[in-house]
Design a protein around this ligand. Structure first.
Ligand SMILES: Nc1ncnc2c1ncn2[C@@H]1O[C@H](COP(=O)(O)OP(=O)(O)OP(=O)(O)O)[C@@H](O)[C@H]1O
Ligand code: SF4
Ligand SMILES: [Mg+2]
Length: 320
């Protein structure tokens, strides 16, 4: 049974005079212990997908539908509030780009991690604090006792990100969702945090969903890549295959826009033309207005997401 099992997930946000269609029918399975990278231009629906899986989006305004939305066998669409809260800690946790959003400025780091542990497990404050200090040490924070007693504003961005990872790990999740966890950090700290996530993943046998703009991060941390565009998955496959032989025109454009590929310039470079407007998405294939290979059918009918080789799938008429 996959740990994450999503079929035909859609997320929309009704707005004055229209509907923002942020996610438009995503199907994705992630096995226990597997690491998957989600890449795509800004606004392609990466964060909304993760937040929808964890049911972290406020409803309303968000409208979520799916044929299946399961985390470790739990139906996240129909789960009660209590089940959702328990699942978020025990099965999956999320680390965000900005660690300040994860911590309340008026409580110490230690207090907040202790409260998270106590919310999920029947334990004493003293035991939870001992665990917190051990967790802070595990994410390689020096002087973990002192940091446990510090307030968020007293820590650097890198330290806070480590603190947030410690909090995310405090309930021993089976999978960690990391949404641009290093974008706000300088390059050296970025590398250290990525290394830490990789180490923890191997040590704990934990699954990972890594959302990033940075193809270098994907190459270094995940087994499989999901390429999103306009709220849809364009291509999915093992990381090496995607980098060596991208099949979808969008993936090809993304990779060819990186001079010398990696490790020099490795952030996604915008492809000529504009990303689709989710409030008024193009008909047919969402990439057709920018695709150099588009023909008449592409503008009318959306391509089916279909296998294109061993462990690979893509949504493009030219590949079917
Ligand atoms: N609460 C909301 N209300 C209305 N629209 C929203 C809301 N949250 C997200 N969206 C829209 O949904 C679309 C997908 O957003 P999402 O945050 O998932 O993009 P992303 O791929 O994570 O982009 P980025 O790389 O910039 O983080 C965007 O057009 C965004 O404006
Ligand atoms: S379906 Fe058509 S427009 Fe879309 S990526 Fe393939 S060739 Fe391009
Ligand atoms: Mg995002």
């Amino acid at each position: 049974m996959p740990l994450v099992d999503i079929q035909n997930l859609t997320v929309s946000f009704p707005q004055h005079g229209g509907v923002v269609q942020a996610v438009r029918g995503i199907t994705l399975q992630v096995a226990a212990g597997e690491s998957v990278g989600i890449v795509g231009e800004s606004g392609s629906g990466k964060s909304v997908t993760c937040m929808a899986i964890l049911r972290l989006l406020r409803q309303p305004p968000a409208r979520i539908t799916a044929d299946r939305l399961e985390l470790d066998g739990i139906d996240m669409l129909r789960a009660t509030r209590g089940q959702l809260a328990a699942t978020r800690g025990r099965v999956a946790s999320m680390v965000f780009q900005d660690p300040m959003t994860a911590f309340d400025p008026v409580f110490t780091i230690g207090h907040q991690i202790v409260e998270t542990i106590k919310a999920h497990r029947d334990t004493t404050t003293a035991a939870a604090m001992a665990e917190t200090v051990a967790l802070l040490a595990r994410v390689k924070i020096k002087a973990p006792e002192a940091i446990a007693n510090s307030y968020p504003h007293q820590l650097s961005g890198g330290m806070l990100q480590r603190g947030m990872i410690a909090m995310a790990l405090s309930c021993q999740p089976k999978i960690l969702f990391a949404d641009e966890p290093t974008t706000a950090l300088d390059v050296t700290i970025q590398a250290q945090i990525l290394e830490l996530i990789k180490e923890l993943q191997a040590e704990l046998g934990m699954g990972l969903i890594m959302v990033t703009h940075d193809l270098g991060v994907v190459a270094e941390t995940v087994d499989r890549v999901v390429v999103m565009y306009g709220g849809r998955v364009m291509e999915m496959g093992p990381v090496q295959d995607i980098f060596d032989a991208p099949q979808h025109p969008y993936t090809q454009a993304l990779l060819s826009s990186i001079p010398g590929r990696m490790p020099g310039k490795r952030r996604l470079v915008e492809i000529p033309g504009a990303s689709p407007n989710p409030a008024n998405p193009p008909s047919g294939c969402p990439f057709h207005p920018r695709c150099t290979l588009a023909d008449a059918k592409c503008g009318v009918e959306a391509p089916v997401f279909a296998p294109v080789g061993e462990g690979r799938a893509a949504a493009c008429w030219r590949l079917q």
